[in-house]
Write a protein that binds this ligand. Structure first.
Ligand code: ASP
Length: 344
């Protein structure tokens, strides 16, 4: 393991606000800062941390597509195979879709045994009061020296498990929160990581598996939603739908009932997963008649997975199988601590 004296970290850049510049032609921000320009903005250098740089994309993460998740995972694989003694990886990324990309990497790369740290900024690193340099320094420090063996998001001094994270604030430096349980660590004078995180483990053999079926859809239920929308989504060719239900996963069953369309979707081979619109708590379809009815026509509960993690997991699972029973089995397996309820 790396000591506090020396470490080697690979920095993969993908764009985002952290690397944004103001474009005077469009009067808006767009990614454009090089990795060197980013590193130059770190306050006091990096001591004995050697940073190996990989510029992957210059993307506003609103433009990220599932194939970009695969490319990030592939980049992690190739650097980890090429470079000896790597202590960890840092991925700079836009905040808008960081929770999707980092969750995808969590499913695609398992048993890595070292930190894969996503970070970014709310304010461009070109601005004096940017949070970018601090977040990047924290991320490099964690990747270099943290006793962590999982994919996480580092932001505003907190370490969040990637599969449990949501962007919850547009403007504040505190952009991300962990959706139950709380963060897995903090970065202050010391690196403090809580017991329930995965530790570094050099004996693990990483498993890389980037297969995906991106024909998945995320649908938020709202009062008055026409249920036929579900049939349209299936007709277009989607193979999986995460429905964000109310509270514990409830959906309308009287007027504008969704249950008939869920049954039809499931009969047509489309997997229907129900998550909750609430940030905290879990989908428990057995609690109310309006949840049980969805379960009885074949919907699967996302339990306490975030909708983002459930969507990405569904795409990853469908990349492996289209067998109904196997999909159900895989959706219930806890691969990357995305659920706090099921066993691994
Ligand atoms: N639109 C930016 C992005 O996601 C926002 C950010 O990075 O904070 O790339």
């Amino acid at each position: 393991m790396a000591t506090e004296d020396t470490a080697r970290v690979c920095l993969i850049t993908t764009g985002g606000t952290i690397a944004s510049i103001y474009d005077s032609a469009t009067h808006a921000l767009r990614p454009g800062l090089s990795v060197d320009a980013l590193l130059e903005r770190l306050p006091k250098g990096l001591g004995n941390v050697e940073v190996i740089k990989r510029e992957l994309f210059e993307l506003d993460s609103a433009n990220a597509q599932p194939y970009h998740w695969q490319q990030i995972a592939a980049a992690v694989k190739s650097v980890s195979e090429e470079i000896d003694d790597l202590s960890g990886i840092v991925v700079t990324h836009g905040t808008d879709t960081m929770c999707y990309s980092s969750a995808a990497v969590s499913f695609m790369i398992q048993d890595f045994g070292k930190p894969i740290v996503f970070t970014g900024a709310q304010i461009s690193a070109t601005v004096p009061w940017s949070d970018g340099p601090r977040n990047l320094l924290d991320a490099i420090r964690l990747a270099a020296f943290g006793d962590l063996g999982e994919t996480c998001v580092v932001f505003n001094g907190e370490v969040h498990r990637a599969t449990r994270t949501k962007k919850v604030r547009v403007n504040s430096y505190d952009a991300f929160d962990s959706m139950d349980p709380s963060p897995i660590g903090i970065l202050a004078r010391d690196i403090v990581l809580y017991d329930r995180r995965r530790h570094r483990d050099h004996t693990l053999v990483p498993r890389f598996d980037t297969r995906l079926d991106d024909r998945v859809f995320l649908l938020k239920v709202f009062p008055g939603m026409p249920p036929q929308i579900l049939a349209r989504i299936v007709d277009i060719g989607y193979q999986g739908i995460v429905i964000e239900g109310y509270g514990s996963g409830n959906v309308p069953t009287n007027e504008n009932a969704l249950t008939g369309n869920i049954l039809q979707a499931v009969d047509q081979g489309c997997t229907v997963v129900i998550s909750s619109q609430c940030a905290f708590g879990q989908a428990d379809l057995s609690l109310y008649e309006v949840g049980r009815a969805a379960m009885e026509v074949g919907a699967i509960s996302a339990y306490d997975m975030t909708s983002e993690a459930a969507l990405v997991k569904l795409a990853w699972v469908l990349g492996h199988t289209h067998d109904e029973d196997r999909i159900k089995e895989m959706m219930a397996i806890n691969y990357a601590d995305e659920m706090s309820l099921a066993g691994r």
